[in-house]
Design a protein around this ligand. Structure first.
Ligand code: NAP
Length: 283
């Protein structure tokens, strides 16, 4: 039986630390504030927005929702971002993506000031993750992978970690953060040959490939720690599943994150932490 690495436990500990830092900020007259910039009404965005609003309320972080219609023009969107950049009461901005197709998403992302980029969407934030220099933050989901491993005292130094997926949102930044924690990282992707050989040789496997229940017993060995970032709705099972076939691998590995209740449970706690860090750096 594997140890189940529950994100809720890690989130609770992180939120308790964040609450103390919110109090310290408030005692200095600073109310940390998040602005959520949403274009349109995508169900995924609405669900994450509701979770972020709830987390902010629980931690006494102010939150403002800015909602633009699907028909918004690029100049109107850029003006909204400029207004948030200029608003000193706003410490962090969460802008949902993908944006509607008619908008220039890279230009919109770049417009945001990296110091307020609490979900790591600007090249400034990427530079921060990759070099450690400058302003910005790692994407919350990538940071959640690290926080979850830290919370459960999973030793990373010198360990072999296979990260499956090289997206700019999860795989690549997670690989960089793991490397900064002194892990030896192999970054795998859709063209990787002999994936199972690589994952079986790792101490820790991070699955972020976006394919439901694809990582199975053939990819894993006893003693390994598995972090499943994937999240999908399975019509067959009528519930959420990950990129890992949990039921098949749980009897084999030493520890594994559940879906739901794993990495996803930590993302709003990381978002809150980033808002506090942005507020602390702002004065
Ligand atoms: P993505 O942009 O689709 O990237 C998937 C990556 O996996 C790509 O690098 C791709 O390789 C690689 N890949 C695809 N099939 C593969 C295979 N068979 N073997 C090895 N590599 C393969 O996905 P993403 O945005 O990074 O998201 C990954 C997963 O995380 C998704 O399931 C998403 O729903 C989930 N997610 C979870 C949270 C959370 O809070 N838990 C938040 C966001 C996303 P190429 O580069 O070669 O195409």
């Amino acid at each position: 039986m594997a140890e189940i690495l529950k994100g809720g436990a890690a989130a609770k500990a992180l939120n308790a630390e964040t609450a103390e830092r919110v109090s310290a900020l408030r005692s200095r007259g600073v109310t940390p504030k998040l602005a959520i910039l949403r274009v349109g009404e995508r169900p995924d965005d609405l669900a994450y927005e509701a979770a972020a609003m709830k987390r902010c309320a629980a931690l006494e972080i102010a939150a403002e929702q800015i909602t633009l219609p699907n028909t918004v023009s690029q100049p109107e969107l850029l003006a909204a971002i400029d207004a948030l950049n200029a608003d000193d009461s706003v410490h962090g901005v969460l802008m949902f993506r993908p944006l509607p197709k008619h908008l220039n998403e890279p230009e919109a992302c770049e417009r945001l000031h990296p110091a307020k980029d609490v979900d790591g969407i600007t090249s400034g934030s990427m530079a921060k993750v990759y070099s450690g220099v400058g302003a910005g933050f790692a994407p919350c989901t990538a940071q959640a992978v690290l926080e979850l491993l830290r919370h459960f005292d999973v030793d990373l130094s010198g360990k072999r970690v296979a990260v499956i997926g090289r997206s700019l949102v999860i795989g690549r930044p997670a690989a960089m953060l793991l490397m900064q924690a002194n892990a030896t990282v192999t970054l795998c992707h859709s063209r990787t040959e002999h994936l199972a050989e690589i994952t079986r040789a790792a101490d820790i496997v991070v699955a972020a490939l976006g394919k439901a229940e694809t990582i199975g017993p053939e990819h894993l060995c006893p003693g390994q720690v598995v972090v499943d970032v994937g999240i999908h709705y399975s019509d067959a099972k009528q519930r959420l599943v990950g990129d890992v076939d949990f039921d098949a691998v749980e009897p084999i590995v030493s520890a594994i994150t559940p879906v739901p209740g794993g990495v996803g449970s930590l993302t709003t706690a990381i978002l809150a932490r980033h808002i506090i860090e942005a507020a602390e750096k702002s004065f």
